[in-house]
Design a protein around this ligand. Structure first.
Ligand SMILES: *[C@@H]1O[C@H](CO)[C@@H](O)[C@H](O)[C@H]1NC(C)=O
Ligand SMILES: *[C@@H]1O[C@H](CO)[C@@H](O)[C@H](O)[C@H]1NC(C)=O
Ligand SMILES: *[C@@H]1O[C@H](CO)[C@@H](O)[C@H](O)[C@H]1NC(C)=O
Ligand SMILES: *[C@@H]1O[C@H](CO)[C@@H](O)[C@H](O)[C@H]1NC(C)=O
Ligand SMILES: *[C@@H]1O[C@H](CO)[C@@H](O)[C@H](O)[C@H]1NC(C)=O
Ligand SMILES: *[C@@H]1O[C@H](CO)[C@@H](O)[C@H](O)[C@H]1NC(C)=O
Ligand SMILES: *[C@@H]1O[C@H](CO)[C@@H](O)[C@H](O)[C@H]1NC(C)=O
Ligand SMILES: *[C@@H]1O[C@H](CO)[C@@H](O)[C@H](O)[C@H]1NC(C)=O
Ligand SMILES: *[C@@H]1O[C@H](CO)[C@@H](O)[C@H](O)[C@H]1NC(C)=O
Ligand SMILES: *[C@@H]1O[C@H](CO)[C@@H](O)[C@H](O)[C@H]1NC(C)=O
Ligand SMILES: *[C@@H]1O[C@H](CO)[C@@H](O)[C@H](O)[C@H]1NC(C)=O
Ligand SMILES: *[C@@H]1O[C@H](CO)[C@@H](O)[C@H](O)[C@H]1NC(C)=O
Length: 734
């Protein structure tokens, strides 16, 4: 599923233009769901105001949602003619068809430095009292990860409901609703939602493993937080349903929203998730989102708004090793979750699917039906990653009689390998190793190979490595905000799954290992819940700041975090770095942002008054409000652009709030991006009390000598005797 969502996210880019419909009399076949935005009405109640835009005869059965909290407007089934008619009604702003968006553990808490009996995990009460709302494919409720053993009842503010019949809801799973089929039971028929929910807040489950691998005690990052489930996706997710779910979640009283979904949008006012997240942020709810699975291309992000936490994906230090052994004794370490004990180490004939029929270029992906039984029976088949879901490749090879499969990366996937629940003996190797395997096949008339299964190995000190698929900046919608914000574990993540991938019908304790930024997002939702539990008064921006300024920029071997090529990762891949929950709990200083601070930011994006009004849900006049350049928002990182003809000096101010010791002083350290001069004034900040705020000014200038173009990066860091508060600086030189 991790890779499945990767592929759907790539496909969705071609999906953007929805067909125009022939104007005709409305009937069931030409009705489509539209999201309609209208102005705020001072005189009428919402329901009748919204209905006044609909054709009078049919108004009641056409309305799908009337949004209350997140958005002024509604979703309705309409014909193109009816939409045209609506455009002439006073107070109408816009109507567009609902968009489809794609969906983008045992060991990860320890990997993130959370240990069961000591330190921050215990001090933060494991997220006790915090409610995480998960918008996803629903949930499989009877899994031990959602047991409420040791769970207190939900806090009194909880107003949500549970649409499961019987006893499925409990003090862990406090709410469950379906927005795909209204009022249905939100059962997860996919697995994605069960996996993400248990990653954020699953309870402890002993002896969790898949095929015996990755065995250990599984737990979410905030195992004492409550879960409220909003089913908004089956295979696709419609933004009209997502908006309705956000509307409900805000009213229900969630503290954190975890949304592993996203498309590509160039203007925040046109992006339902960005609009909904703005309202959530105004209510003090932190919205954690997936950065997207469209890496390693530049400019490939989803969820770029500064009021969201945008999470990229990286590896953990666990491998489930399967080594390809060739007839010439070369060995290549790869990964597979399925590790059959009975696979013989006798060498078998080896074929590369891409050379079986050179007039069929798709064959190299081993798509079902394309493989010829005569060619592959009894052999080990080499297949390239991409073109279809990896598990499906295995099915195709198995159906054609193949004995085993070696998946090789295309160049862009580099050294990233995935442990998946293949249906036959298999391994997944790197791009470089794939080239060597292909060269070996070319070099001999009788290529042979086998696969040697070595089980779970912990201690890869190269981790965390940025996942090849993790989407990269720069930020399209707002060049002056650095995204992604943070990296979290998103490769080969073990978490709850509705069915047994081993076909074991004897247990409900079923798990699967999948990959994607969909998996890293709920890790950060869990961390945010821990911080919210430990610091109930922190705003969403303060929680984000604490996470970002304390992030790790080195891997377990203390070298700079690398990308899929094993080269130092660029700042548009890592954002602030890899989350370090214990340090985030005690950041010293935070860069806070109040909701009103976003008004001058939005005006500064040159949005019209009406567009800015959509966020605030009231009339806004940008000539009266102040307006700021994007990089002046009090963000915990910096993103600047210097063009040849643009001003060569840019000055911004930042305000930091003391959340460390009352009496503390901080000095600044600057590592300027090459070709950029950075001056900070003052260079020392002296605090005398908690919650005290101080300002500093930072001036960036492009050095006359700088003739290079491209990306450069650096950072500035405020350090006291106890704390280190780091802000990365990304610069695009044009
Ligand atoms: C419904 O509308 C579609 C598209 O405009 C048209 O092709 C079809 O004939 C209409 N059907 C009826 C029953 O009017
Ligand atoms: C309860 O839900 C299950 C599906 O989870 C369904 O099969 C059953 O019919 C439902 N029972 C009632 C009484 O609604
Ligand atoms: C998992 O670990 C537990 C505790 O160490 C052990 O009892 C159990 O047999 C292990 N399960 C597997 C499948 O290895
Ligand atoms: C992204 O842009 C940088 C700087 O221009 C370039 O070096 C890099 O190759 C690009 N990456 C990809 C995947 O295109
Ligand atoms: C090779 O592929 C081409 C194109 O798909 C197909 O027409 C042809 O029949 C294939 N040849 C064999 C021997 O399968
Ligand atoms: C499979 O390959 C064999 C030998 O290359 C060929 O004779 C046969 O026609 C192929 N079958 C199909 C269905 O393409
Ligand atoms: C293997 O041989 C084929 C055909 O001669 C050639 O196209 C390909 O580049 C070779 N591959 C490698 C890895 O040497
Ligand atoms: C599970 O059952 C399916 C359907 O019978 C089968 O195709 C698959 O190979 C089985 N998986 C395992 C791991 O036994
Ligand atoms: C799985 O959960 C259901 C519902 O709680 C229960 O009826 C069933 O007995 C469980 N199955 C096993 C094997 O524990
Ligand atoms: C990592 O990837 C790069 C680029 O594909 C390759 O040159 C290098 O050999 C790989 N390293 C390892 C250890 O596989
Ligand atoms: C907004 O307009 C101003 C004035 O034309 C310009 O300087 C600024 O770069 C624009 N901002 C954005 C984000 O396009
Ligand atoms: C916005 O404010 C300016 C300056 O006060 C004023 O001239 C303008 O008419 C106002 N625009 C609207 C739409 O109210």
């Amino acid at each position: 599923m991790g890779l499945k969502s990767l592929l759907t996210l790539i496909c969705i880019l071609n999906f953007h233009s929805l067909q125009a419909f022939a104007d005709d009399t409305p009937n069931e076949s030409n009705l489509e769901t539209y999201i309609v935005q209208v102005e705020v009405s001072e005189s009428k109640d919402l329901e009748s105001w919204y209905k006044s835009f609909l054709p009078t005869i049919t108004s009641s059965d056409r309305m799908i949602y009337s949004y209350r909290t997140v958005f002024k407007g509604f979703a309705a089934r309409l014909s193109p003619i009816e939409v045209n008619a609506m455009e002439h009604i006073d107070g109408f702003i816009s109507a567009r068809p609902a968009r489809k968006l794609p969906l983008h553990t045992t060991h990860t808490p320890n990997f993130m430095g959370l240990n069961q009996n000591i330190g921050f995990w215990k001090d933060s009460n494991f997220g006790k009292g915090v409610i995480i709302g998960v918008l996803d494919t629903g949930i499989f409720p009877n899994h031990p990860s959602f047991s409420d053993e040791g769970m207190p009842p939900p806090p009194a503010k909880w107003k949500g409901r549970c649409d499961f019949n019987g006893t499925s809801c409990n003090n862990k799973l406090i709410g469950a609703r379906d927005f795909v089929i209204p009022n249905a039971i939100p059962v997860d028929d996919d697995g994605h939602g069960t996996h993400t929910a248990s990653t954020a807040a699953g309870n402890f489950v002993k002896d969790a493993n898949v095929f015996g691998n990755a065995n250990g005690t599984a737990s979410g990052i905030a195992p004492l937080a409550h879960l409220a489930i909003y089913r908004v996706c089956s295979f696709f997710c419609f933004d009209s349903d997502i908006l309705a779910a956000m509307d409900a979640a805000i009213d229900d009283g969630v503290d954190i929203l975890s949304i592993s979904i996203g498309g590509v949008e160039f203007n925040f006012y046109d992006d339902a998730m960005a609009l909904g997240a703005f309202s959530a942020m105004e209510k003090g709810i932190l919205v954690s989102t997936a950065a997207g699975n469209s890496g390693p291309s530049n400019f490939s992000l989803s969820n770029e708004a500064p009021w969201m936490l945008t999470v990229g994906a990286s590896t953990i230090d666990r491998k489930i090793r399967a080594t390809a052994v060739l007839g010439n004794n070369e060995q290549f370490d790869g990964e597979s979750l399925f590790q059959p004990m009975d696979f013989s180490n006798t060498l078998l004939p080896l074929v590369y699917s891409g050379m079986l029929n050179t007039s069929d270029p798709g064959l190299r992906f081993c798509r079902s039906s394309s493989l010829n039984k005569t060619d592959v029976r009894g052999k080990i088949v080499v297949c390239e990653l991409g073109g279809s879901i990896t598990i499906e490749k295995g099915r195709a090879v198995k159906n054609a009689g193949g004995a085993a499969m070696i998946i090789i990366n295309g160049e862009s996937f580099g050294n990233l390998t995935l442990s998946e629940a293949h249906v036959l003996p298999a391994t997944h190797v790197t791009y470089a190793d794939g080239l060597k395997i292909k060269a070996y096949i070319n070099s001999t008339a009788t290529p042979m190979a086998t696969i040697s299964f070595k089980g779970t190995i912990i201690g890869d000190n190269r981790a965390p490595v940025v996942a090849a698929f993790s989407s990269r900046g720069p930020n399209w919608a707002s060049r002056g905000i650095l995204k992604p914000d943070i990296l979290g574990p998103g490769v080969n993540i073990l978490a709850a799954w509705p069915v047994s991938v081993e076909n074991n019908t004897n247990t409900n304790s079923t798990f699967n290992i999948i990959s994607g930024t969909s998996m890293s997002c709920p890790h950060l939702s869990g961390v945010a819940a821990l911080l919210k539990s430990a610091h109930p008064d922190w705003s969403p921006a303060a929680i984000k700041s604490a996470i970002m300024t304390t992030a790790d920029v080195v891997n377990l071997a203390q070298n700079p975090i690398e990308d899929e090529r094993f080269l130092p990762a660029n700042i548009f891949a890592t954002g602030s770095g890899h989350v370090n929950p214990s340090r985030a709990n005690d950041p010293g200083l935070v860069y806070d942002i109040q909701s009103k601070d976003y008004i001058p930011y939005l005006c500064g994006l040159n949005y019209t008054n009406r567009q800015v009004g959509l966020f605030l849900q009231r009339r806004v006049n940008c000539s009266v409000e102040s307006s700021i350049p994007e990089a002046q928002l009090n963000y915990p990182s910096f993103a600047l652009t210097f063009g040849t003809f643009q001003s060569t000096i840019q000055t911004y101010t930042r305000t930091v709030t003391n959340v460390g010791e009352p009496n503390s002083s901080y000095v600044v350290e600057i590592v300027p991006p090459p070709g950029i001069d950075v001056i900070v004034e003052p260079a020392k900040l002296d605090f005398v009390e908690l919650k005290q705020t101080l300002q500093y000014k930072v001036t960036f200038s492009r050095l006359v000598s700088a003739s290079n173009i491209g990306f450069v990066q650096g950072f500035l860091r405020w350090s006291s005797s106890k704390h280190s508060v780091r802000s990365p600086i990304a610069v695009i030189l044009r």
